[in-house]
Design a protein around this ligand. Structure first.
Ligand code: FMN
Length: 383
């Protein structure tokens, strides 16, 4: 339970934020919400969600080394702020693939949102439309944006199609639908081996239907562990970028790059952007934390295309570190789902607002009035 003191602290943070010229956008109205940070949203969502759903979202692969590393790694990057700069106004807007967007914080593609509540993709899309957040749909969930608003800024996500004809058909379809970019998830060749899901007898069909209601029996465990060797797109190669580009004018952004060599190759093959990502620690365990992978990828790309990043971002100061290490923008996967699980659409709106507010305040306290002023001198790796 949240104590009255913590509720009061939350209200005063929000009161300060709403009154300050730093925060043009007021927090979503709902005094019932107690969490003062993303971790507390997760705690509320955990209490409310079915264990199978919570574990699916929170979990990583096998021993969850990378899941933990994604968070832990922020601890060895320290900020070195500047002072005596005028930060009475802080501007987080930026130009991204030809569009002006108000914030460098995007919603990452996540499958299985219906585990939280029915029609959840559309609900999150609405929260994004309301908070003016760039929304990346879950794979195959583009229809959800039709239910949001006409002016939502969204990118599509795909794990790829098996052949050129289908890839071109997909690219044309989603361009017609109004997507502003295609993100291709390149680290999803096979369904990974997730112990929590295996233990819970999680059936991947639940991602669409939601988990069995109370009293209903879960499906029997597949003796061969359903997760093993289930192919997604094992034959995806660099040609795929050409297939998409031959059918549409949309930027093609590769999500799931960790190696500088792959980043260089992607640029050579015409990728318009790179997302440094390890799928939130959900694909291959033991891979490098994204904040640690980021600087080498940024150096390899050398400014030819924007480099974005996701993984473990839970605070505005985490986001500031990523921006300082060269990320043009960042994506968050679990946080909007924790807001959704805790309080539905207003919870997701609050989470997105809160991360944006924390980023602005962190920038102000670091002496940075705009994203353009943030550079590598702001961070130092210790340990
Ligand atoms: C429940 C869940 C489902 C996800 N589904 C997808 C997916 O379908 N495609 C994809 O590229 N990434 C997927 N991801 C990974 C996210 O896009 C993102 O890379 C990751 O969540 C970022 O880490 P964070 O959750 O710590 O912010 C998923 C992540 C979660 C938590």
């Amino acid at each position: 339970m949240l104590t009255m003191n913590r509720r009061a602290a939350f209200r005063s943070l929000m009161g300060f934020a709403a009154a300050s010229p730093l925060f043009a956008q007021n927090p979503p109205e709902d005094d019932v919400m107690g969490p003062v940070n993303i971790h507390e949203f997760e705690a509320v969502a955990r209490r409310k969600l079915h264990k199978m759903a919570y574990d699916f979202i929170a979990g990583g692969v096998e021993d969850e080394l990378t899941l933990r590393a994604n968070r832990e790694a922020y601890k060895h990057w320290y900020l070195v702020p500047r002072v005596m700069t005028d930060v009475s106004e802080v501007d987080t807007s930026l130009e991204l693939f030809g569009a002006r967007v108000p914030s460098p914080i995007l919603v990452a593609p996540t499958g299985g949102k219906n585990l939280v509540l029915p029609n959840a993709e559309a609900v999150v899309a609405k929260a994004c439309a309301k908070t003016n957040t760039l929304f990346c749909t879950g794979s195959g969930a583009e229809r959800a944006v039709d239910e949001a608003t006409a002016n939502i800024h969204w990118w599509s996500n795909t794990i790829g199609q098996a052949n050129k004809k289908d890839a071109q058909g997909y690219a044309r379809r989603i361009e017609d639908r109004g997507a502003k970019a295609i993100t291709v998830t390149v680290d999803n060749q096979y369904q990974s081996n997730r112990d929590r899901n295996n233990r819970n007898r999680f059936d991947y069909g639940y991602m669409a239907t939601g988990v069995p209601a109370g009293g209903e029996k879960p499906k029997p465990r597949n003796p061969a562990l359903a997760a093993h060797w289930q192919p997604h797109t094992p034959n995806l190669t660099w040609d795929y970028i050409d297939w998409l580009r031959s059918a549409s004018s949309l930027p093609v952004i590769l999500k799931g790059i960790l190696s500088p060599e792959d980043a260089e190759t992607a640029v050579k093959h015409g990728a318009s952007g790179i997302i440094v990502s390890n799928h939130g620690g959900r694909q291959l365990d033991g891979v490098i934390a994204t904040i640690d992978a980021l600087p080498d990828v940024v150096d390899a790309v050398g400014g030819k295309v924007p480099v974005l990043m996701d993984g473990g971002l839970r605070r505005g100061s985490d986001i500031l570190k990523a921006l300082a290490l060269g990320a043009k923008a960042v994506l968050v996967g679990r946080p909007p789902l924790w807001g959704l699980g805790a309080f539905g659409q207003p919870g997701t709106e609050r989470v997105l607002w809160m991360l944006g507010a924390e980023l602005k305040l962190s920038m102000a306290l670091a002496g940075k009035a705009s994203l353009a002023q943030i550079d590598r001198k702001l961070v130092r790796r210790i340990g």
